[in-house]
Design a protein around this ligand. Sequence first.
Ligand SMILES: C[S@@+](CC[C@H](N)C(=O)[O-])C[C@H]1O[C@@H](n2cnc3c(N)ncnc32)[C@H](O)[C@@H]1O
Ligand code: SF4
Length: 362
Amino acid sequence: MLGLYIHIPFCVSKCNYCDFVSFSNRENLKTPYINALLKEAQIYKNKKPQTLYIGGGTPSLLSARQIEILLGGLAKTFGRIKNFKESTFECNPESLTEDKLKILKDYGISRLSIGAQVLNDKHLKAIGRAHTGRQFFKAYNLAAKYFNNINIDLIAGLPMQSLSDFKKSLKEAAKLEPKHFSIYGLQVEEGTKLFDSGFKADDNLERKMLEFTLEFLSANNYIHYEISNFAKKDFESLHNINYWQSGAYIGLGLAAASYLKGVRFQNINNVKKYIANINKGFSAIEFSEKLTGKAKEGEKIILALRMLRGANLSARAQKLFEADFKQLAARSLVYIKKNNARLSEEGLYTANEVFRCFVEPF
Ligand SMILES: C[S@@+](CC[C@H](N)C(=O)[O-])C[C@H]1O[C@@H](n2cnc3c(N)ncnc32)[C@H](O)[C@@H]1O
Ligand code: SF4
């Protein structure tokens, strides 16, 4: 499997909690950025990616015409979008319009991911979102006219959010019957407004929210297939599964990461420099590394353990991490059966602690 990720860094405004490579107020850079990205794509014109993920930032903030240019350019380089096994386009409620949906559909995009985060207006405002709950429902219902395969993103543990608030948002979102949910526990990242405000996550409360999520979504026939991801049967995200299986991927655009032939490399995180470098025919890569030995095995295990079916361990991996697996199994954080290791329910809630065993220094 080979995945193709396209990064669109533009947003209406910066959400308080967001640590992704994204920014507002760069309207004039959108067209030059897309042109540069399509030029960067040429480097890989002989590759045949099977999944496509256009994420951000906010891809739906591009104008209808810019989306057309982007999809048309990608189709010219990699073949018709319809022929990808899966192609996802990330949308925010405030910028998703019918003309954009029609273009996405016409070009053969097969899946939408809509960021709701929470449905209560007071909470949306507190985290700096540019939309209301009502706008989310309107955008979702419009999207559902054109797309069957839709994901909704929610966050658990937001400021001012009680357990019953969270349950209400999840239940209301589930009434829409999306094919997929991504439910993330809030990460308070350094450098965000939320971090600077001194907000501290309440781990106990977040855990209760995630426990409810597992119970509620499984009762509603969603398969919990990755720590934060739930899907109706056959609607798991193929693009993301490829990441968790340590598959190869190409990333195009600002700060986008690629993983090819065991080498991981990443583009620069300065939009003007990115555009200028590409236009001059220079590389936009600023970092590359090739993991080997125990570090590589450890990374593969962490990614695979994220999936509920777990990691199938080579004899080498079993030997390298024998003591770690023994103690994780003794603490009932990981179940081991023959060569398969998978997180227990307790392991799911304490996954970061489990993963620490597999990163340097071991
Ligand atoms: C790359 S973001 C972009 C999606 C889109 N722009 C949006 O805001 O809906 C993808 C998802 O990551 C999640 N996310 C971003 N920052 C997070 C944080 N600090 N903690 C937990 N989840 C986060 C949100 O659910 C978000 O929808
Ligand atoms: S969460 Fe989404 S909309 Fe908000 S700043 Fe980050 S990428 Fe942009």
